[in-house]
Design a protein around this ligand. Sequence first.
Ligand code: ADP
Length: 248
Amino acid sequence: GRATSALLYIDGVSKTFDGFRAINSLSFIVDPGELHAVIGPNGAGKTTMMDIITGKTRPDAGTVLWDGRVDLTHVDEAGSARLGIGRKFQKPTVFETHTVEDNLLLALNADRGVFATLMARLTSAQATRIDELLALVRLEDRRHDLAGGLSHGQKQWLEIGMLLAQDPKLLLVDEPAAGMTDEETMRTAQLLRAIAGDHAVVVVEHDMEFVKALDCRVTVLHQGTVLADGSLAHVSAVPEVIDVYLGR
Ligand code: ADP
């Protein structure tokens, strides 16, 4: 069934903070390689849902199953990363005083120390992977530049490249388009579309033009539960969704 065929299977999950129900009987499924957008007003529970998936927050009730077999409610953040769940927070975090190439190299060797990684000779497999990642995130011509000198959008792409270096099965991306120019926003949608297939990608986003460009399944959260689910065209026509977005 769905619980075993899905990469991530969330069912009947609830989480209460000081008596306030942030997540309420939430069900959410991600299939392998799927690109999936999560939208919803402030306070809808999007961040809490990501925190539950990554083991930052433990739910009070419900099922969170990984790859049909691992109970994620007993896995912490380090454990979820080891299972293949990568998380990109909203703010870019790159090593500003290292080159773009070295940022990717450090990510490829996340299990080793910085000094050991930078002193070791690049293996040909690593060099090939770095070339692939640089092409994917469109930073080939910035390879030898310090990451600190990149634009905001380029830093976001570099960090996505760093997460991909660890070959996650699921990449969670929080509002990647925030603070980007229109062109960067569209390039980011292209990038996430290119990544999907090889990796499942869940994107939390507010920018509807960006969600439209992702052209993927959309889940609308409201008051900690799913209000609508399907294509953007479908969810945009659901009366409850229109009410929530128009504040009625
Ligand atoms: P979103 O990311 O969709 O804006 P959140 O998941 O951040 O929503 O928050 C959902 C609700 O849960 C909000 O009302 C928020 O104030 C509350 N909440 C989230 N985390 C905590 C916490 N650690 N303690 C108390 N309340 C929290």
